[in-house]
Design a protein around this ligand. Structure first.
Ligand code: FAD
Length: 449
Protein backbone atom coordinates (compact mmCIF):
# COMPACT_ATOMS: atom_id res chain seq x y z
CA UNK A 1 0.00 0.00 0.00
CA UNK A 2 1.10 3.57 -0.67
CA UNK A 3 0.00 6.77 1.04
CA UNK A 4 0.63 10.42 0.29
CA UNK A 5 1.16 12.73 3.28
CA UNK A 6 0.33 16.20 1.99
CA UNK A 7 2.09 18.76 4.18
CA UNK A 8 0.47 22.18 4.49
CA UNK A 9 0.72 24.12 7.76
CA UNK A 10 2.15 21.11 9.60
CA UNK A 11 5.82 21.16 8.65
CA UNK A 12 7.07 18.72 11.28
CA UNK A 13 7.71 15.05 11.96
CA UNK A 14 6.84 15.18 15.70
CA UNK A 15 3.22 14.81 16.74
CA UNK A 16 1.93 14.99 13.20
CA UNK A 17 -1.26 12.91 12.74
CA UNK A 18 -1.00 13.34 8.95
CA UNK A 19 2.44 11.74 8.74
CA UNK A 20 1.61 9.23 11.46
CA UNK A 21 -1.47 7.97 9.59
CA UNK A 22 0.34 7.87 6.23
CA UNK A 23 3.22 5.92 7.79
CA UNK A 24 0.91 2.95 8.40
CA UNK A 25 1.17 2.24 4.66
CA UNK A 26 4.14 0.27 3.28
CA UNK A 27 5.31 3.25 1.23
CA UNK A 28 4.88 6.96 1.98
CA UNK A 29 5.23 9.96 -0.29
CA UNK A 30 5.68 13.10 1.81
CA UNK A 31 4.56 15.94 -0.45
CA UNK A 32 4.57 19.72 -0.29
CA UNK A 33 2.98 21.74 -3.08
CA UNK A 34 4.13 25.30 -3.63
CA UNK A 35 0.61 26.51 -4.26
CA UNK A 36 0.56 28.83 -7.28
CA UNK A 37 -2.50 30.66 -5.98
CA UNK A 38 -0.54 31.56 -2.83
CA UNK A 39 2.77 32.20 -4.57
CA UNK A 40 1.20 34.63 -7.04
CA UNK A 41 -0.98 36.34 -4.43
CA UNK A 42 -0.47 39.09 -1.85
CA UNK A 43 0.17 36.62 0.99
CA UNK A 44 3.48 35.46 -0.47
CA UNK A 45 5.92 37.94 1.08
CA UNK A 46 9.68 37.74 1.66
CA UNK A 47 9.60 37.18 5.43
CA UNK A 48 7.27 34.20 5.35
CA UNK A 49 8.88 32.89 2.15
CA UNK A 50 12.33 32.87 3.81
CA UNK A 51 10.91 31.17 6.88
CA UNK A 52 9.05 28.64 4.73
CA UNK A 53 12.24 27.81 2.89
CA UNK A 54 13.96 27.10 6.21
CA UNK A 55 11.00 24.92 7.24
CA UNK A 56 11.02 22.87 4.04
CA UNK A 57 14.78 22.38 4.15
CA UNK A 58 14.58 21.15 7.72
CA UNK A 59 11.57 18.93 6.99
CA UNK A 60 13.42 17.35 4.04
CA UNK A 61 16.38 16.59 6.32
CA UNK A 62 14.25 15.20 9.17
CA UNK A 63 12.34 12.96 6.75
CA UNK A 64 15.59 11.82 5.20
CA UNK A 65 16.79 10.67 8.64
CA UNK A 66 13.69 8.49 8.79
CA UNK A 67 14.41 7.08 5.33
CA UNK A 68 11.81 9.18 3.48
CA UNK A 69 12.15 11.61 0.59
CA UNK A 70 10.20 14.88 0.55
CA UNK A 71 8.70 15.68 -2.83
CA UNK A 72 8.13 19.38 -3.60
CA UNK A 73 5.96 20.36 -6.54
CA UNK A 74 4.86 23.69 -7.87
CA UNK A 75 1.32 24.29 -9.14
CA UNK A 76 -2.25 23.69 -8.12
CA UNK A 77 -2.39 21.34 -5.08
CA UNK A 78 -5.38 19.27 -6.24
CA UNK A 79 -3.90 18.77 -9.71
CA UNK A 80 -0.47 17.88 -8.37
CA UNK A 81 -1.82 15.50 -5.72
CA UNK A 82 -4.08 13.73 -8.21
CA UNK A 83 -1.22 13.37 -10.68
CA UNK A 84 1.13 12.01 -8.06
CA UNK A 85 -1.53 9.69 -6.62
CA UNK A 86 -1.91 8.12 -10.04
CA UNK A 87 1.84 7.96 -10.62
CA UNK A 88 2.53 6.06 -7.38
CA UNK A 89 -0.78 4.21 -7.22
CA UNK A 90 -1.70 5.78 -3.88
CA UNK A 91 -4.53 4.25 -1.89
CA UNK A 92 -4.70 7.11 0.59
CA UNK A 93 -3.99 10.83 0.76
CA UNK A 94 -3.72 12.41 4.22
CA UNK A 95 -4.05 16.15 4.88
CA UNK A 96 -4.73 18.45 7.83
CA UNK A 97 -8.02 20.34 8.15
CA UNK A 98 -7.61 24.11 8.24
CA UNK A 99 -9.94 27.06 8.60
CA UNK A 100 -9.31 29.73 5.97
CA UNK A 101 -11.48 30.17 2.88
CA UNK A 102 -8.41 29.19 0.86
CA UNK A 103 -7.92 25.93 2.71
CA UNK A 104 -11.62 25.06 2.49
CA UNK A 105 -11.42 25.54 -1.28
CA UNK A 106 -8.26 23.40 -1.40
CA UNK A 107 -9.94 20.58 0.51
CA UNK A 108 -12.95 20.68 -1.77
CA UNK A 109 -10.76 20.64 -4.88
CA UNK A 110 -8.80 17.67 -3.50
CA UNK A 111 -12.01 15.78 -2.85
CA UNK A 112 -13.20 16.46 -6.39
CA UNK A 113 -9.86 15.53 -7.99
CA UNK A 114 -9.36 12.22 -6.16
CA UNK A 115 -11.30 8.95 -6.40
CA UNK A 116 -13.91 8.47 -3.66
CA UNK A 117 -12.54 7.45 -0.28
CA UNK A 118 -8.92 8.35 -0.97
CA UNK A 119 -8.80 11.61 0.97
CA UNK A 120 -8.41 11.53 4.76
CA UNK A 121 -8.72 14.89 6.51
CA UNK A 122 -7.26 15.15 10.04
CA UNK A 123 -8.98 17.58 12.36
CA UNK A 124 -6.56 18.02 15.21
CA UNK A 125 -3.32 19.09 13.57
CA UNK A 126 -3.44 22.86 13.17
CA UNK A 127 -5.21 23.67 16.44
CA UNK A 128 -5.09 21.97 19.84
CA UNK A 129 -8.84 21.56 19.96
CA UNK A 130 -10.53 21.55 16.58
CA UNK A 131 -13.21 24.09 15.61
CA UNK A 132 -16.51 22.31 16.10
CA UNK A 133 -15.24 20.36 19.11
CA UNK A 134 -15.98 23.17 21.55
CA UNK A 135 -19.37 24.71 20.74
CA UNK A 136 -22.11 26.37 22.79
CA UNK A 137 -25.55 24.78 22.67
CA UNK A 138 -27.59 26.12 19.79
CA UNK A 139 -24.74 27.80 17.95
CA UNK A 140 -21.88 26.70 15.71
CA UNK A 141 -19.17 28.66 17.51
CA UNK A 142 -18.35 30.81 20.52
CA UNK A 143 -18.33 34.57 19.93
CA UNK A 144 -16.91 35.41 23.39
CA UNK A 145 -13.57 34.14 24.68
CA UNK A 146 -14.21 33.62 28.43
CA UNK A 147 -16.99 31.01 28.14
CA UNK A 148 -15.11 29.44 25.24
CA UNK A 149 -11.99 29.06 27.37
CA UNK A 150 -13.95 27.45 30.20
CA UNK A 151 -15.32 24.78 27.85
CA UNK A 152 -12.04 24.45 25.93
CA UNK A 153 -10.21 23.44 29.11
CA UNK A 154 -12.68 20.64 29.80
CA UNK A 155 -12.83 19.31 26.23
CA UNK A 156 -10.88 16.17 25.27
CA UNK A 157 -7.34 16.63 24.00
CA UNK A 158 -5.91 13.93 21.76
CA UNK A 159 -2.70 12.11 22.70
CA UNK A 160 0.63 13.05 21.18
CA UNK A 161 1.43 10.67 18.31
CA UNK A 162 4.99 9.33 17.93
CA UNK A 163 7.47 10.08 15.15
CA UNK A 164 7.32 7.12 12.73
CA UNK A 165 10.21 4.66 13.26
CA UNK A 166 11.04 4.57 9.57
CA UNK A 167 9.57 5.66 6.28
CA UNK A 168 10.07 4.09 2.91
CA UNK A 169 9.42 6.38 -0.05
CA UNK A 170 9.02 5.15 -3.63
CA UNK A 171 11.05 6.87 -6.33
CA UNK A 172 9.16 9.64 -8.08
CA UNK A 173 10.07 11.92 -10.95
CA UNK A 174 10.83 15.62 -10.21
CA UNK A 175 10.33 17.13 -6.85
CA UNK A 176 13.40 18.94 -5.52
CA UNK A 177 13.27 21.95 -3.24
CA UNK A 178 13.60 25.31 -5.05
CA UNK A 179 16.59 27.45 -4.11
CA UNK A 180 16.12 30.24 -1.59
CA UNK A 181 16.27 32.84 -4.35
CA UNK A 182 13.69 31.08 -6.45
CA UNK A 183 11.24 31.15 -3.56
CA UNK A 184 11.94 34.56 -2.03
CA UNK A 185 11.25 37.60 -4.17
CA UNK A 186 12.39 40.70 -2.28
CA UNK A 187 14.35 41.29 0.91
CA UNK A 188 13.37 39.72 4.22
CA UNK A 189 13.64 41.75 7.45
CA UNK A 190 17.21 41.90 8.74
CA UNK A 191 16.49 40.28 12.12
CA UNK A 192 14.10 37.57 11.01
CA UNK A 193 14.19 34.38 13.13
CA UNK A 194 15.29 31.11 11.52
CA UNK A 195 12.54 28.64 10.63
CA UNK A 196 12.21 24.88 10.80
CA UNK A 197 11.23 22.16 13.24
CA UNK A 198 14.73 21.71 14.67
CA UNK A 199 14.95 25.36 15.72
CA UNK A 200 11.35 25.24 16.92
CA UNK A 201 12.04 22.33 19.25
CA UNK A 202 15.15 23.99 20.65
CA UNK A 203 13.12 27.12 21.33
CA UNK A 204 10.30 25.11 22.91
CA UNK A 205 12.77 23.33 25.22
CA UNK A 206 14.42 26.64 26.22
CA UNK A 207 11.02 28.18 26.81
CA UNK A 208 9.76 25.43 29.13
CA UNK A 209 13.10 25.32 30.94
CA UNK A 210 13.85 29.05 31.38
CA UNK A 211 11.03 31.22 30.04
CA UNK A 212 7.57 30.13 31.04
CA UNK A 213 8.05 30.59 34.81
CA UNK A 214 8.05 34.38 34.32
CA UNK A 215 5.29 34.44 31.74
CA UNK A 216 2.34 35.43 33.91
CA UNK A 217 4.22 38.38 35.40
CA UNK A 218 6.13 39.45 32.30
CA UNK A 219 3.90 38.85 29.31
CA UNK A 220 2.94 42.53 28.96
CA UNK A 221 6.34 44.00 29.81
CA UNK A 222 7.46 45.29 26.42
CA UNK A 223 11.13 45.77 27.23
CA UNK A 224 11.49 42.40 28.98
CA UNK A 225 10.59 40.54 25.78
CA UNK A 226 9.36 37.71 28.01
CA UNK A 227 6.97 35.91 25.67
CA UNK A 228 7.75 32.62 23.94
CA UNK A 229 8.23 33.90 20.37
CA UNK A 230 6.84 30.56 19.27
CA UNK A 231 4.17 32.10 17.01
CA UNK A 232 6.00 31.65 13.66
CA UNK A 233 6.67 27.99 14.50
CA UNK A 234 3.01 27.53 15.38
CA UNK A 235 1.93 29.29 12.21
CA UNK A 236 3.94 26.96 9.97
CA UNK A 237 3.23 23.95 12.17
CA UNK A 238 6.87 23.31 13.07
CA UNK A 239 5.36 22.69 16.51
CA UNK A 240 2.17 20.94 17.46
CA UNK A 241 -0.23 22.99 19.62
CA UNK A 242 -1.38 19.72 21.23
CA UNK A 243 2.17 18.91 22.28
CA UNK A 244 2.64 22.44 23.63
CA UNK A 245 -0.49 22.16 25.78
CA UNK A 246 0.43 18.66 26.97
CA UNK A 247 3.98 19.64 27.89
CA UNK A 248 3.02 22.80 29.77
CA UNK A 249 2.98 22.39 33.54
CA UNK A 250 0.00 23.29 35.66
CA UNK A 251 1.25 26.29 37.67
CA UNK A 252 -0.03 29.86 37.21
CA UNK A 253 2.52 30.92 34.58
CA UNK A 254 1.82 27.81 32.54
CA UNK A 255 -1.91 28.39 32.85
CA UNK A 256 -1.45 31.93 31.54
CA UNK A 257 0.55 30.58 28.61
CA UNK A 258 -1.98 27.84 27.80
CA UNK A 259 -4.68 30.51 27.91
CA UNK A 260 -2.90 32.32 25.05
CA UNK A 261 -2.79 29.08 23.08
CA UNK A 262 -6.54 28.88 23.63
CA UNK A 263 -6.91 32.38 22.12
CA UNK A 264 -5.33 30.93 19.02
CA UNK A 265 -7.90 28.13 18.90
CA UNK A 266 -10.66 30.66 19.65
CA UNK A 267 -9.85 32.82 16.64
CA UNK A 268 -9.58 29.73 14.47
CA UNK A 269 -13.05 28.54 15.45
CA UNK A 270 -14.51 32.01 14.74
CA UNK A 271 -12.98 32.05 11.26
CA UNK A 272 -13.95 28.42 10.65
CA UNK A 273 -17.58 29.32 11.32
CA UNK A 274 -17.43 32.64 9.42
CA UNK A 275 -14.78 32.33 6.67
CA UNK A 276 -15.95 35.65 5.17
CA UNK A 277 -14.79 37.45 8.33
CA UNK A 278 -11.28 37.59 6.96
CA UNK A 279 -12.45 40.63 5.02
CA UNK A 280 -15.90 41.56 6.35
CA UNK A 281 -16.82 42.93 9.75
CA UNK A 282 -17.66 40.02 12.00
CA UNK A 283 -20.17 41.80 14.21
CA UNK A 284 -20.94 45.46 13.64
CA UNK A 285 -20.60 47.16 10.31
CA UNK A 286 -18.60 50.33 9.93
CA UNK A 287 -18.11 51.66 6.47
CA UNK A 288 -17.28 55.24 7.31
CA UNK A 289 -13.58 54.84 7.99
CA UNK A 290 -11.49 57.87 7.03
CA UNK A 291 -9.24 57.87 3.98
CA UNK A 292 -5.83 59.37 4.75
CA UNK A 293 -2.97 57.83 2.75
CA UNK A 294 -0.33 60.10 4.36
CA UNK A 295 -1.33 59.05 7.87
CA UNK A 296 -1.38 55.39 6.80
CA UNK A 297 2.14 55.71 5.41
CA UNK A 298 3.41 57.45 8.56
CA UNK A 299 1.98 54.59 10.64
CA UNK A 300 3.49 51.94 8.38
CA UNK A 301 6.89 53.61 8.49
CA UNK A 302 6.91 54.22 12.24
CA UNK A 303 6.91 58.02 12.19
CA UNK A 304 3.59 58.95 13.77
CA UNK A 305 5.30 60.98 16.48
CA UNK A 306 3.82 58.65 19.14
CA UNK A 307 6.92 56.78 20.30
CA UNK A 308 5.30 53.55 21.47
CA UNK A 309 3.46 53.22 18.15
CA UNK A 310 6.61 53.96 16.16
CA UNK A 311 8.66 51.49 18.22
CA UNK A 312 6.16 48.71 17.50
CA UNK A 313 6.02 49.44 13.79
CA UNK A 314 9.80 49.56 13.55
CA UNK A 315 10.13 46.29 15.47
CA UNK A 316 7.80 44.78 12.87
CA UNK A 317 9.94 46.06 9.99
CA UNK A 318 13.20 44.91 11.60
CA UNK A 319 12.16 41.48 12.90
CA UNK A 320 9.02 40.48 11.04
CA UNK A 321 7.47 40.12 14.48
CA UNK A 322 5.96 42.44 17.08
CA UNK A 323 5.22 42.04 20.78
CA UNK A 324 1.54 41.37 21.47
CA UNK A 325 1.11 44.47 23.62
CA UNK A 326 2.61 46.59 20.82
CA UNK A 327 0.28 44.92 18.30
CA UNK A 328 -2.67 45.98 20.45
CA UNK A 329 -1.41 49.55 20.79
CA UNK A 330 -0.44 50.07 17.12
CA UNK A 331 -3.67 48.50 15.84
CA UNK A 332 -5.79 50.55 18.21
CA UNK A 333 -3.94 53.69 17.15
CA UNK A 334 -4.64 53.00 13.46
CA UNK A 335 -8.30 52.09 13.83
CA UNK A 336 -9.44 54.25 16.72
CA UNK A 337 -7.06 57.22 16.91
CA UNK A 338 -6.53 57.63 13.15
CA UNK A 339 -9.89 56.04 12.36
CA UNK A 340 -8.57 54.12 9.37
CA UNK A 341 -9.99 50.82 8.12
CA UNK A 342 -8.72 47.74 10.02
CA UNK A 343 -8.21 45.92 6.70
CA UNK A 344 -5.43 48.36 5.76
CA UNK A 345 -3.64 47.60 8.99
CA UNK A 346 -4.17 43.85 8.67
CA UNK A 347 -2.74 43.93 5.15
CA UNK A 348 0.38 45.76 6.28
CA UNK A 349 0.88 43.29 9.13
CA UNK A 350 0.54 40.46 6.62
CA UNK A 351 3.19 42.05 4.42
CA UNK A 352 5.71 41.67 7.23
CA UNK A 353 4.65 39.32 10.03
CA UNK A 354 6.49 36.02 9.89
CA UNK A 355 3.62 34.54 11.95
CA UNK A 356 1.10 36.36 9.69
CA UNK A 357 -1.94 34.18 9.75
CA UNK A 358 -5.47 34.71 8.43
CA UNK A 359 -7.28 33.58 11.58
CA UNK A 360 -5.06 35.23 14.19
CA UNK A 361 -4.26 38.38 12.31
CA UNK A 362 -7.69 39.16 10.89
CA UNK A 363 -9.66 38.21 13.99
CA UNK A 364 -7.29 40.11 16.29
CA UNK A 365 -7.54 43.17 14.07
CA UNK A 366 -11.31 42.97 14.23
CA UNK A 367 -11.13 42.50 17.98
CA UNK A 368 -9.08 45.70 18.33
CA UNK A 369 -11.16 47.66 15.80
CA UNK A 370 -14.34 46.86 17.71
CA UNK A 371 -15.91 45.07 14.76
CA UNK A 372 -15.10 41.58 16.07
CA UNK A 373 -15.39 39.64 19.30
CA UNK A 374 -14.31 42.23 21.89
CA UNK A 375 -17.14 42.63 24.40
CA UNK A 376 -16.14 46.30 24.87
CA UNK A 377 -15.84 47.39 21.23
CA UNK A 378 -15.89 51.14 21.91
CA UNK A 379 -13.00 51.38 24.36
CA UNK A 380 -10.04 53.41 23.11
CA UNK A 381 -6.50 52.66 24.30
CA UNK A 382 -4.52 55.77 25.11
CA UNK A 383 -1.09 54.92 23.66
CA UNK A 384 0.84 57.20 26.00
CA UNK A 385 -0.80 55.72 29.08
CA UNK A 386 -0.28 52.21 27.71
CA UNK A 387 3.38 53.05 27.16
CA UNK A 388 3.85 54.41 30.66
CA UNK A 389 2.32 51.27 32.06
CA UNK A 390 3.97 48.59 29.88
CA UNK A 391 7.27 50.30 29.10
CA UNK A 392 7.76 52.38 32.26
CA UNK A 393 11.47 53.05 31.76
CA UNK A 394 11.10 53.60 28.02
CA UNK A 395 13.63 50.89 27.16
CA UNK A 396 11.43 49.32 24.48
CA UNK A 397 11.01 52.69 22.78
CA UNK A 398 14.73 53.46 22.97
CA UNK A 399 15.58 50.04 21.49
CA UNK A 400 13.63 50.72 18.31
CA UNK A 401 13.54 54.54 18.08
CA UNK A 402 17.17 55.64 18.31
CA UNK A 403 16.23 59.33 17.91
CA UNK A 404 14.91 59.11 21.48
CA UNK A 405 17.86 57.20 22.93
CA UNK A 406 18.84 60.04 25.24
CA UNK A 407 15.42 61.24 26.29
CA UNK A 408 14.79 60.46 29.99
CA UNK A 409 11.98 58.14 31.10
CA UNK A 410 9.64 60.97 32.15
CA UNK A 411 9.43 62.35 28.60
CA UNK A 412 10.31 59.41 26.37
CA UNK A 413 6.65 58.57 25.72
CA UNK A 414 5.52 62.15 25.05
CA UNK A 415 8.60 63.93 23.70
CA UNK A 416 6.53 66.65 22.02
CA UNK A 417 6.24 68.16 25.48
CA UNK A 418 9.95 68.98 25.25
CA UNK A 419 9.00 71.62 22.69
CA UNK A 420 9.28 71.98 18.95
CA UNK A 421 12.95 73.01 18.90
CA UNK A 422 14.02 70.04 20.94
CA UNK A 423 11.99 67.63 18.73
CA UNK A 424 13.65 69.19 15.69
CA UNK A 425 17.06 68.71 17.23
CA UNK A 426 16.28 65.05 17.96
CA UNK A 427 14.97 64.59 14.41
CA UNK A 428 11.69 63.13 15.71
CA UNK A 429 8.27 64.20 14.32
CA UNK A 430 5.47 65.84 16.34
CA UNK A 431 2.39 63.64 16.94
CA UNK A 432 0.19 63.04 13.90
CA UNK A 433 -3.00 63.61 15.93
CA UNK A 434 -4.07 65.13 19.21
CA UNK A 435 -5.00 62.01 21.16
CA UNK A 436 -7.89 63.56 23.09
CA UNK A 437 -9.45 64.95 19.90
CA UNK A 438 -8.92 61.64 18.16
CA UNK A 439 -10.79 59.80 20.91
CA UNK A 440 -13.65 62.30 20.64
CA UNK A 441 -13.80 61.81 16.88
CA UNK A 442 -13.95 58.03 17.32
CA UNK A 443 -16.70 58.22 19.93
CA UNK A 444 -18.75 60.58 17.78
CA UNK A 445 -18.33 58.34 14.74
CA UNK A 446 -19.55 55.35 16.75
CA UNK A 447 -22.40 57.34 18.20
CA UNK A 448 -20.94 57.12 21.71
CA UNK A 449 -20.16 60.78 22.39
P1 FAD B 1 3.10 34.19 23.53
O1 FAD B 1 2.63 35.29 24.40
O2 FAD B 1 4.28 33.42 23.97
O3 FAD B 1 1.85 33.23 23.34
C1 FAD B 1 1.98 31.87 22.94
C2 FAD B 1 1.19 31.59 21.70
O4 FAD B 1 -0.19 31.81 21.92
C3 FAD B 1 1.55 32.47 20.53
O5 FAD B 1 2.69 32.00 19.86
C4 FAD B 1 0.29 32.40 19.69
O6 FAD B 1 0.26 31.25 18.89
C5 FAD B 1 -0.79 32.29 20.74
N1 FAD B 1 -1.36 33.62 20.99
C6 FAD B 1 -0.98 34.53 21.92
N2 FAD B 1 -1.78 35.60 21.90
C7 FAD B 1 -2.70 35.39 20.94
C8 FAD B 1 -3.80 36.12 20.43
N3 FAD B 1 -4.16 37.32 20.91
N4 FAD B 1 -4.49 35.57 19.42
C9 FAD B 1 -4.17 34.38 18.91
N5 FAD B 1 -3.15 33.64 19.35
C10 FAD B 1 -2.42 34.13 20.36
N6 FAD B 1 -0.70 36.03 16.16
C11 FAD B 1 -0.30 35.24 15.17
O7 FAD B 1 0.13 34.13 15.41
N7 FAD B 1 -0.39 35.65 13.86
C12 FAD B 1 -0.86 36.88 13.52
O8 FAD B 1 -0.91 37.21 12.33
C13 FAD B 1 -1.26 37.75 14.57
N8 FAD B 1 -1.72 39.01 14.29
C14 FAD B 1 -2.12 39.81 15.33
C15 FAD B 1 -2.64 41.09 15.03
C16 FAD B 1 -3.06 41.94 16.04
C17 FAD B 1 -3.62 43.30 15.70
C18 FAD B 1 -2.96 41.51 17.38
C19 FAD B 1 -3.43 42.40 18.51
C20 FAD B 1 -2.47 40.25 17.69
C21 FAD B 1 -2.05 39.39 16.68
N9 FAD B 1 -1.54 38.09 16.96
C22 FAD B 1 -1.17 37.28 15.91
C23 FAD B 1 -1.59 37.54 18.33
C24 FAD B 1 -0.33 37.75 19.18
O9 FAD B 1 0.06 39.09 19.15
C25 FAD B 1 0.83 36.86 18.75
O10 FAD B 1 0.41 35.52 18.62
C26 FAD B 1 1.96 36.90 19.78
O11 FAD B 1 2.42 38.22 19.94
C27 FAD B 1 3.09 36.00 19.33
O12 FAD B 1 4.18 36.10 20.19
P2 FAD B 1 4.60 34.89 21.15
O13 FAD B 1 4.71 33.63 20.36
O14 FAD B 1 5.80 35.33 21.90
O15 FAD B 1 3.32 34.80 22.07
Amino acid sequence: STAIALFTRNLRVHDNPVLHAAARAEAVVPLFVLDRAVLDGPFHRPNRARFLHDCLTDLRDRLRELGGALVVRDGDPATEVARLAEEVGADAVHVAADVSAHSYAREEALRAALPDGLLHVHDDVVTARAPGLVTPSGNDHFAVFTPYFRRWQEAPLRRVVPVPDAIRSPRVRRGGLPSRNELIAGSPSPDLPAGGETRARERMAEWYRDGVADYASGQDDLAADATSRLSPYLHFGCLSPVELVRRAGIGDPERAFVRQLAWRDFHHQVLAARPGAHDRDYRTHHDRWRADPDALRAWQEGRTGVPIVDAGMRQLAAEGWMHNRARLITASFLTKSLYLDWRLGARHFEDLLVDGDVANNRMNWQWVAGTGTDTRPNRVLNPVRQAQRYDPRGDYVRRYVPELAEVPAVRVHDPHRLGEDELDRLGYPPPLVDLAEATERFRRARGKA
